[in-house]
Write a protein that binds this ligand. Structure first.
Ligand code: TRP
Length: 321
């Protein structure tokens, strides 16, 4: 069975965009791959400099995966920082990473363009990400389109290493899930923490309802025909129930006589049906820090066992053993 590996940066509370765009498809992948899913806390450190927040978001991400049905016996769930082999490998790989390659990274170039301060950590972010993947010999990396360049850099770094020492590293493939559409946020732009337009995944029902009512819609009056396909509220609804089941609501909106408020109500019910049960489980996990911690530690132990033999071969090859 092939190995799929992916990471989530704990830089905020998980939201519907993370769920629909990444977590839900990744959970489905566990049917056909051996999966390693980890919490990229050292990556979050490039932007998040508050220990209490990093700790909290790390727990939120772990609880989210588990509440949504990740089976930690089948799928390894671990915290990046619990696997020191990854940071060790990151240094080694940095010696096989052309500076020019990092200069071309979108995230780094964006930061420069916005005249934000660039730390060496942000600059070498792609190297740590390559280490995340290469330490485990992952075959496939399910990522969104925004991470495609990082994957190409990982492949480039692996090939340079292999060129020097023989094929020690598995050159991974990106698994870009094209069928997953961009998930719109409250204002119609891509749902993203940096736009402040997210709907957190496990809001209590009344708060969820309030936020959904704030999704922007056009001002077509109730009685007039509407265009469901271009409306965020309908796009989100369709993501939750699937295209065929969303068609009746689309028909009613097109016909006129159904307002956006009714569509929002339908969305609230669809979210509740999909996530209501998981929310209770999530709340329970968030209260039981010791249990979460135990799951993560066990995952890290198994992850280290997986990485150990490959790391030993790498150390020998480069000559530090
Ligand atoms: N950079 C990814 C993101 O921002 C998170 C990530 C870190 C990752 N390491 C990874 C994803 C390794 C896939 C594989 O979404």
């Amino acid at each position: 069975m092939k190995t799929a590996l992916t990471g989530i940066k704990p830089s905020g509370q998980p939201h519907l965009g993370n769920y629909l765009g990444m977590i839900r498809p990744a959970l489905a992948l566990a049917q056909s791959y051996r999966c390693l899913y980890f919490i990229a806390d050292y990556h979050a450190l490039t932007t998040l400099h508050r220990g209490d927040e990093l700790r909290l978001h790390t727990r939120e991400v772990a609880a989210t995966w588990l509440a949504l049905g990740l089976d930690p016996e089948r799928t390894l769930l671990y915290r990046q920082s619990d696997v020191p082999e990854v940071t060790e490998l990151a240094w080694i790989l940095s010696c096989f990473t052309a500076k020019g390659l990092l200069d071309r990274a979108h995230a780094y170039k964006d930061a420069l363009a916005q005249q934000r301060e660039v730390s060496a950590g942000l600059y070498t972010y792609p190297v740590l990400m390559a280490a995340d993947i290469l330490a485990f010999g992952a075959d496939a990396v399910p990522v969104g389109r925004d991470q495609k360049q990082h994957l190409e850099m990982c492949r480039d770094i692996a090939q340079r290493f292999n060129h020097a020492y023989g094929d020690l590293l598995v050159v991974p493939d990106a698994l870009i899930q094209e069928e997953v559409e961009t998930i719109p946020g409250l204002d119609g732009r891509k749902m993203s923490k940096s736009y402040g337009n997210t709907i957190p995944l496990f809001l209590p029902a009344p708060a969820l309802r309030k936020l959904v009512m704030r999704i922007q819609t056009d001002s077509t009056p109730v009685e007039e025909p509407k265009q469901p396909e271009t409306a965020s509220v309908f796009q989100l609804y369709r993501q939750f129930v699937g295209a065929p089941a969303a068609e009746p609501l689309a028909e009613r909106l097109r016909a006129g006589g159904t307002g956006w408020a009714a569509a929002k109500q339908a969305l609230v019910e669809a979210i509740e049906a999909a996530l209501g049960g998981a929310r209770a489980h999530y709340d329970e996990l968030m209260r039981d820090t010791a249990r979460l911690e135990a799951v993560l530690r066990r995952g890290a132990g198994r992850a280290r066992d997986l990485a150990a033999p490959r790391m030993e071969r790498i150390r020998r090859a480069i000559g530090v053993r």
